[in-house]
Design a protein around this ligand. Structure first.
Ligand SMILES: [Zn+2]
Ligand SMILES: [Zn+2]
Length: 122
C-alpha cells in the first residue's frame, strides 16, 4: 500500500467516524432555516441563509458514508502493482489501470476530493 493510499484511507476513516456519530438522517430543511434530522431531538443545524441550510441537509450522514465507501472502493481497485511479475505491470504502476503510473488518475481524483495536498511529502 502506498503512502498516498494510507493518507487517503486515514482521511476517509476520519470522515466516516464523524458521519457515523452524527444524527441519522435524512436531514430536511425548513423555511425557518433549521435543518432537522428524521429523529427526535434538536435540529442538526440552523442558518439564516436557506441555501446554506439546504447544502447542510444534502450532506447528511448516509450520503456522506456512501461517498466515502465509493472512495474506499476506488482505492481498493487501484493499488500499486505488487504482482508485477504475473500481471505484466511494473512495480510503479497502478494494478487497476495497467499502463498508468501510480498514483493513477483515479487515485489523484480521490486525493483532490479529500483536499490532500499532493505536493506535500507523503
Ligand atoms: Zn488506477
Ligand atoms: Zn499489477
Amino acid at each position: 500500500m502506498s503512502d498516498l493510499h494510507q493518507r487517503l484511507l486515514a482521511a476517509i476513516e476520519a470522515e466516516m467516524i464523524i458521519a457515523v456519530a452524527a444524527t441519522t438522517g435524512p436531514w430536511t430543511t425548513f423555511d425557518d432555516g433549521l435543518v432537522w434530522a428524521d429523529a427526535p431531538g434538536d435540529p442538526v443545524a440552523g442558518c439564516a441563509d436557506l441555501t446554506n441550510a439546504a447544502h447542510i441537509a444534502a450532506q447528511d450522514p448516509a450520503t456522506t458514508l456512501r461517498r466515502l465507501a465509493e472512495d474506499r472502493d476506488v482505492l481498493a481497485r487501484h493499488p500499486v502493482c505488487v504482482d508485477w511479475e504475473n500481471c505484466g505491470g511494473a512495480g510503479s504502476d497502478c494494478h487497476g489501470c495497467r499502463g498508468e503510473f501510480h498514483p493513477c488518475p483515479e487515485i489523484l481524483s480521490v486525493a483532490r476530493r479529500h483536499g490532500l495536498d499532493l505536493a506535500a511529502p507523503s
